[in-house]
Write a protein that binds this ligand. Structure first.
Ligand code: ADP
Ligand code: GLC
Length: 482
């Protein structure tokens, strides 16, 4: 696999979680998986595992491979190249992408192919993620052998496309014959994402609903036609969560362990969260529900809905606790709100793993009003921690949160459809009303905590797809096997 971020080495969002949780799950199923990812600044090296030299943009770039085990059958190969990766940011700094990202991520794919070519045992499948891994299926042509590896490309987010000037075609060792509408040309520029979609043999995305949504006109990406043309190769496979990392019964970020049968420990997490955000610990703050958010602060996450009703939120019977980083206008919005209503709103601007865990555990309600959401992991983490999600009915949120039904007590959260502030407030209102009824609330919490979001089922679906590709390759060469 090739991924531009991987937990616990580097992370800006859910891709990092998937990039190691899926390989670990595949390893548990008896497969052998290697994830190649950049060794960004501050990442310790691991055991030396060879090196490579690749020509990109008319210069020879040297890469060093370091191996770190992930678990049975799974390992990470950290690709070192200080010139490209030893920088303060992952994709950029001060809100701006690095100007040489085309080189940084072309090199990631090219070096991964070098790594594969140096192994005595050939790989069956090369699987890359998001635009940063988009060139892998093309560079895979550099591999020789009786049976070429199959190629799989996963779209975690169609909104980030890696589009660069066409001067990069030759500089990246690409061919003009592929600079077409059916190739990687996108409005006279080079699109890494389109390369992944058009040149991989199989494409997946991270939920069945998002797989449908991205084929419809008006999803905003400008790629719906491209995706539709390849729908025969597209499958939506729901992400799982790493149930070791996100486990309220064994989470070192929490003051007390808890589970569905022992919810008392959740109160300790709530108290710790209130304290961390500087709220007074008294009966009033303790009784009021906490609405939590952990999110990249970007349009995708529905922050303009919140901006439209920010003042109303602070007057609801709730305390808001927010952890996030992103666009200056949204960081500013939350910071100002916290300054105006320190009794009701607590904000941490920044990326902080421990705070993220404590919000998932200590909040009562988790708010995720996304404009679009390929899968979303936070709502699943929330449910596992007995925190009831209020989400917009899109993408993976629809596929993971079941609406609460007051008639039979079934369901795990509250959903709204229209991308309207009033619809969001209505769903939040329904959740706050349910919070007032202890019996209903406990039922909702337990429904979520008992749902199975582990990777095992989804990893098995990936295996089925890998096997289909492998069988086809063997058949094409008149060979038989697996
Ligand atoms: P996306 O990948 O679109 O950001 P996901 O819900 O799939 O959305 O995943 C987001 C991941 O990033 C979660 O693991 C979440 O806890 C984490 N995360 C987001 N923002 C922060 C932050 N400021 N601090 C710590 N973790 C964060
Ligand atoms: C993307 C999506 C998010 C998804 C994550 C992992 O960042 O925005 O919805 O959960 O990838 O697949």
């Amino acid at each position: 696999m090739v991924a531009s971020e991987a937990q616990p080495f580097s992370k800006t969002g859910g891709l990092a979680d998937v990039a190691t949780a899926l390989p670990k799950a595949l390893g548990r199923l008896g497969h052998d998986v290697t994830v190649v990812t950049p060794r960004y600044r501050g990442i310790a090296p691991g055991a030396p595992a060879g090196e490579c030299a690749v020509e990109v943009a008319a210069r020879e770039l040297r890469g060093e491979f370091h191996e770190v085990p992930l678990g049975p059958g799974a390992r990470v190969i950290l690709l070192g190249c200080p010139l490209l990766y030893d920088r303060p940011g992952i994709y950029g700094e001060g809100g701006r992408d690095y100007a040489d990202n085309a080189v940084r991520y072309a090199f990631l794919s090219a070096a991964a192919i070098e790594y594969a070519s140096q192994r005595a045992e050939p790989f069956d499948i090369l699987h890359s993620h998001d635009w940063q891994g988009g060139l892998l299926p093309i560079y895979a042509r550099r591999l020789s052998g009786t049976v070429r590896p199959g190629t799989v490309f996963t779209i975690h987010n169609l909104a980030y496309q890696g589009v660069f000037d066409k001067a990069w075609v030759t500089r990246l060792g690409l061919e003009w014959k592929d600079f077409t509408i059916g190739g990687f040309e996108f409005y006279d520029r080079v699109s890494f994402l389109k390369a992944g979609i058009n040149f991989a043999e199989a494409i997946t995305t991270v939920s069945p609903t998002y797989a449908e949504e991205i084929q419809r006109a008006g999803d905003g990406s400008g790629l719906e036609g491209v995706v539709r043309a390849r729908r025969g190769a597209l499958t939506g496979i729901l992400n799982g969560i790493d149930t070791d990392e996100w486990n309220p019964a064994a989470d070192s970020c929490l003051p007390t362990a808890f589970d569905a049968n022992h919810l008392e420990g959740k109160a300790a997490a709530k108290a710790a969260l209130l304290e961390l955000f500087g709220f007074p610990l008294n009966d009033e703050t303790g009784a009021r529900p906490i609405v939590g958010m952990v999110s990249r602060m970007v349009d995708q996450k529905g922050l303009d809905l919140i901006a439209a009703v920010a003042a109303d939120l602070a007057s609801l019977a709730a305390t808001f606790v927010v952890v996030g980083t992103g666009e200056a206008k949204y960081q500013g919005m939350w910071t100002r709100l916290a300054q105006a209503r320190p009794d009701r709103v607590g904000v941490f601007i920044g990326f902080d793993e421990r705070r993220a865990h404590l919000v998932e555990a200590g909040a009562d309600i988790f708010l995720m009003p996304s404009r679009f959401e390929p899968c979303g992991l936070n709502q699943m983490y929330s449910m596992r921690y007995g925190t009831v999600p209020v989400v917009r009915a899109v993408g993976g949120l629809v596929d993971t949160v079941r609406p609460y039904n007051p008639r039979n007590g079934q369901g795990t959260g509250f959903l709204f459809s229209e991308y309207e502030p009033a619809a969001m407030l209505d769903a939040l209102g329904r959740a706050l009303a349910a919070f007032g009824n202890k019996k209903i609330w406990t039922r909702l919490q337990k429904n979520g905590m008992r749902a199975d979001f582990s990777w095992d089922r989804s990893a098995a679906e990936y295996v089925k797809m890998y096997r289909r590709i492998k069988r086809r390759h063997l058949r094409d060469r008149g060979l038989h096997g697996i």
